[in-house]
Design a protein around this ligand. Structure first.
Ligand code: BGC
Length: 866
């Protein structure tokens, strides 16, 4: 665990004159109770001491030659708690911010001091004889990070000076974003006009691309605006810019953090070469409902895996920030957007605070820990509060509690939509609500430009908040080096050389292979032999260039994409006869192509049916109720199976499908998702064994829509599900188990597991739990296994999930090879939000399940105490 990744050392807190009498310990949000009466703790901590009434005194915080003396006056309250909080200074790596709280109220202002080089000494003295001392450390979901922004004195001075010359309107202009297409073609529109440019009323432009076009826009702004503050160009670069990698859900199934980070980096290098500064990615919403079309844009259902992937993607996009070949990332959609009612995109979300904290927030926090510079506020309402008007979650939580220093952009018109949501009377009201909530930049509504000035005049919006929002945006621009060179991203020659280069295509192909999940392979039908005489290639996706790219295709061109037909031809040359027939379309009732498909099957040795969804059957506002294969595709496959020929189904889709029938009839099923530019080559690599499939499901495949939401880490219940017994948690018509569980995936070899064990039986919350298991490749081919480690908290103060993923390791084993695999777990990550909504790791027994997936594992047990 990287809880203290940025804190390179631990120092001791030495305590004098402490008599410890424990009292009920309650950690503030974001802090975890560490120990009572401690003499050592990490320096970034919170120390709480209870003092008797009518005492007065001081606390001395000593560090070598410097010390801080914190005085407190005569204590009157019966229970009086003094708290010292030392946290990493977000802006300076070598400093801490120290605050003193007196009965929960901050005393004075927080102050900055040098990070200690030796040990700290807390000396509680005077007439005070403390009754207890408790030490808290940041909980793993609230790691403190140093963001990537420039907080140097030079930067502050520059921004102060610039803002000193800006009018209120010009500051508001920085908070406004417009669509680039109208800008590029020039017509005056309601929102964008040349006069806005001349009045400096624009901070950012979205969805315009290409070095040449963006240079023109920047030049226009730099020539015609008064202050010449360069524009920030944003775009949805979701799974590649020109070279498309698999859709995000597919990438997540690789469980390969290096590859995922590399993919985001590749997208960043291409997009930035085309002039883009900022991508609206990653989407880090948890996806537990396959009806919701946007599961395709996320990393699946699990908070642990999604958090790892969120960090990998942010690190990839922002890999070389401040040069000109990376892009700013944007974690979206803040917050709780992934669970709309009935799976319908944009619908209201009702979710408990506990689920929000335990499940939906961690990936956002992981993005923050990785230094993400922007967040996007969502369209929906969370428990009745519109996400783009939620002051608690945006200003108080994100900015104040998490100390987020970047800026928040609204989603497309999510400010004006506050009217339709029924919380704002008109545009002015909407602007007031969103801005006061903490939405710094208004995406495309123009409402900030139209109303914020007036709202300031009326005292409904504070000018200091506008300064703060403007400063946040200017700091990003400053840190990007725009004020030195507003054109540093626009280099047409670089763009030409960078896009779709051979290296990118080869990486995209490897990742496409890693992302595919082999769901079924009866009698080892796969891999197919390259000496197969003839193949029938059937289905609406078999020779389709357009759909295989998936949704959010950015600037990819259909002509770039390799179809499955082309991929098979590339792989097999003239050795194998390919009998292609489309068979049917994606939707509709037309069965007129069935006969030709059956004929093709009958004259071939094996059938490959490439079936699934159109790209835009998933994605934004593409929710579905029926999750079977659309149209008559399933019927087509049944006709192919009826020929008696061996049939391989290759699925392409942006969400889990309900394919129980297919599973019962087709011997081999490969879930390929939408693999992107190199689709056909990657599918051929896997089908013909040049790549041994290693993908594992990042999302559960339900048997039937009625099982939704279907996810492996559901909570325990008093009458656990049992198909054989009535009055248990179950449906009477469909078993509880999904068709394919989270973590599931086959390959062309097999692995066996020894009994898992840990290095100790009992751990404190400060120890690392090392889990070991011997894994053997028992098949005839080399291959990669993903060893998964799940944990169950056996008795807790609130109802907990049956199990939760807490670690995994990918291991490549040669045929016959055995390797001992180690997965380490930080016990602090075994916590949860208790009845008081404090993050706690409770003492007790925990089962550690180690295995191939969330339904196939062996178990060992540990104890956590102290
Ligand atoms: C989507 C966002 C996207 C934005 C800008 C919205 O409709 O919800 O995810 O980033 O448009 O294109």
């Amino acid at each position: 665990m990287k809880k203290f990744a940025l804190i390179s050392f631990f120092v001791a807190l030495c305590l004098e004159c402490v008599a410890v009498v424990p009292h009920s310990v309650k950690a503030a949000k974001g802090w975890l109770f560490y120990e009572s009466g401690a003499v050592s703790a990490p320096v970034v901590c919170r120390v709480e001491t209870e003092v008797p009434s009518s005492a007065a005194g001081h606390i001395v915080l000593e560090n070598g030659d410097s010390y801080i003396n914190l005085k407190f006056g005569k204590v009157k309250a019966e229970r009086h708690v003094l708290t010292l909080q030392a946290v990493q200074d977000n802006r300076h790596e070598d400093k801490l911010v120290v605050s003193l709280f007196d009965n929960g109220q901050m005393v004075g202002e927080p102050f900055s001091c040098r990070k200690p080089s030796g040990s700290w000494k807390i000396n509680v003295s005077g007439k005070v004889s403390p009754l207890s001392l408790n030490v808290f450390v940041p909980d793993p979901n609230h790691e403190i990070v140093v963001p990537k922004l420039d907080f140097s004195e030079k930067a502050d001075k520059f921004i102060d000076d610039l803002m000193g010359r800006m009018t209120l309107n010009e500051k508001i202009g920085q908070l406004s974003q417009y669509v680039g297409s109208s800008l590029m073609t020039g017509p005056e529109s309601q929102q964008f006009s040349d006069s806005l440019v001349r009045r400096d009323m624009m901070g950012s432009v979205l969805n315009a691309t290409g070095s040449k076009a963006l240079r023109q826009i920047q030049e226009k702004y730099m020539t015609e605006s008064r202050l010449k503050i360069p524009l920030l160009f944003g775009m949805d670069v979701i799974h590649g810019y020109r070279t498309l990698t698999p859709v995000p859900l597919a990438e997540a199934c690789s469980w390969d953090m290096e590859a995922i980070e590399a993919s985001a980096k590749m997208a960043a290098v291409e997009a930035s070469a085309a002039g883009v500064h900022w991508t609206f990615a990653p989407m880090v919403d948890i996806g537990r409902d396959a009806r919701w079309g946007r599961v395709v844009e996320g990393a699946g259902e699990d908070p642990f895996l999604c958090s790892k992937i969120a960090a990998a993607r942010v690190n990839g996009f922002q890999w070389n920030l401040w040069d000109n070949d990376a892009v700013i990332a944007c974690a979206k959609h803040w917050i709780g957007y992934g669970l709309p009612q009935a799976g319908r995109d944009y619908a209201p979300v009702d979710m408990s605070e506990r689920t929000l904290y335990d499940v939906y927030l961690p990936p956002f926090k992981a993005a923050s820990n990785a230094g993400v510079l922007t967040y996007m506020s969502a369209f929906h309402d969370l428990n009745g509060i519109p996400a783009s008007g939620d002051q608690e979650m945006l200003r108080k939580f994100l900015q104040n509690e998490w100390g987020f220093d970047g800026f928040v952009v609204s989603d497309w018109q999510s400010v004006i939509q506050l009217i339709a949501q029924g919380v704002a009377e008109d545009g002015k009201d909407a602007a007031q609500i969103a801005f006061n909530a903490g939405v710094d930049m208004d995406m495309i509504d123009g409402l900030y430009n139209a109303h914020l000035h007036e709202l300031v005049d009326e005292g409904l919006v504070r000018e200091s908040d506008i300064d703060d929002a403007c400063r946040r945006i200017l700091r990003v621009k400053y840190s990007l080096g725009f004020f030195e060179d507003p054109y540093k991203f626009f280099d047409e020659e670089r763009e030409e050389k960078t896009l779709l280069n051979d290296e990118f295509i080869s990486s995209a192909r490897k990742l496409a292979c890693k992302s595919m999940v082999l769901l079924r392979n009866e009698n080892q039908l796969l891999p197919l032999s390259k000496n197969t005489g003839s193949i029938a290639l059937i289905g609406p996706l078999a020779d389709n260039r357009h759909e295989i790219n998936g949704s959010w295709r950015c600037r990819a061109e259909d002509s770039d994409a390799v179809t499955v037909l082309a991929g098979l031809r590339n792989k097999l040359g003239d050795n194998v006869v390919i009998n292609y027939a489309k068979g049917c379309d994606f939707d509709g009732e037309d069965r007129s192509g069935f006969d030709a498909a059956v004929d093709a099957a009958l004259k071939s040795d094996v059938v490959i049916a490439v079936v699934g969804e159109k790209a835009l059957f998933s994605g934004e506002s593409r929710s579905r109720c029926h999750l079977g294969l659309p149209g008559v595709q399933e019927e087509l496959v049944e006709r192919l199976v009826a020929t008696g020929k061996p049939v391989v189904a290759v699925l392409m889709n942006g969400r889990p499908l309900c394919i129980e029938n297919l599973n019962n009839t087709v011997p081999a099923i490969l879930e390929a998702w939408f693999p992107g530019t190199t689709t056909g080559d990657a599918v051929a690599d896997v089908l013909f064994g040049d790549y041994n499939p290693s993908g594992r499901l990042a999302i559960t495949f339900p048997r039937a829509e009625g099982q939704i939401p279907a996810y492996y880490n559901y909570k325990r219940s008093g009458r656990p599900g049992d198909m054989e017994r009535s009055s248990t948690v179950r449906h009477i018509d469909v078993p509880n188990a999904p068709l394919y569980p989270f973590g599931y995936g086959l390959g062309y070899t097999s692995f066996s597991y020894g009994k898992p064990f840990t290095d100790k039986e009992s751990y404190t919350r400060r120890d690392t739990v090392n889990v070991y298991v011997d894994v053997t490749n028992t098949g005839a081919r080399d291959g990669e296994e993903t060893v998964q480690v799940y944990v169950s908290d056996l008795v807790a103060s609130v109802v907990r999930p049956v199990m939760e993923l807490k670690g995994f390791a990918k291991v490549y084993l040669r045929a016959g090879e055995t390797r001992r695999v180690k997965v380490s777990i930080d016990p602090l990550s075994l916590g949860f939000y208790n009845a008081d909504m404090d993050y706690v790791v409770e003492d007790g027994l925990f089962d550690i399940h180690v295995g191939h997936d969330s339904a196939d594992y062996d178990t060992t047990r540990i104890k956590i105490e102290n």
